[in-house]
Write a protein that binds this ligand. Sequence first.
Ligand code: ATP
Length: 228
Amino acid sequence: MATKRQTIALFGGTFDPVHFGHLRMALELRQALGFDEMRLLPSHQPRHRQSPGVSSRQRSEMLALALAGCDELQLDERELQRGGDTYTVDTLEALREELGPQVSISFCMGTDSLLTLHRWHRWQRLLELAHLVVVTRPGWHLPEASAATGNAELAKFLQQHRGTLADLHEYASGRLVLREQTLLPISATQIRQLLASGQSPRFLLPATVLQYIEDHQLYTESVATGDP
Ligand code: ATP
């Protein structure tokens, strides 16, 4: 009998700060797609792009607090350890090197990221290293995305690599898979704005993360939009 292929998924973001939208999304993806591991991957941000007064280390510490006691989600700090600009392709190269050719790696993203994929560093290499799992709102179709991208090369590339959920377990990389999921209407921008205006964001994020924010007096400056 063929042995089951190990499946590892990554969910990247700035997590500035992490909130229940991120956590539910990651957990539901893991449960629904049957990944062996789901890793949350905070991206390093150069100093000029950070929220004022909030370091990459602090974003990661908030994630660690959010994941404490949750065996189903892991924290992967490799992009922070590397420092400098974060390129997903470099992360996936390193991970592939570490895990070997047999393990299935899935990089999960929202449709907003998919539509700008052609501007990512060495974007066509991504699918040689991993699968891309795109979380869509119910009813969203790839052809609409093709029109929306305005980039024929990207649209063709996406169509050529379209795969099914079963492919994530059958192959190690190379498929683009759409996964419909309802998103909680929460954003880190909203949380930063609430904090900057002196209002509480409680019930949008774990209480331990809010306590950390208060203890370190984060996000209190009025520049809270996340714009560079
Ligand atoms: P910001 O408001 O600063 O843009 P964000 O809340 O969108 O932040 P990010 O860290 O930029 O969070 O996003 C990380 C990943 O989480 C992205 O793939 C994004 O699509 C996804 N994401 C963001 N908000 C939600 C949500 N409410 N539910 C599920 N996924 C989300």
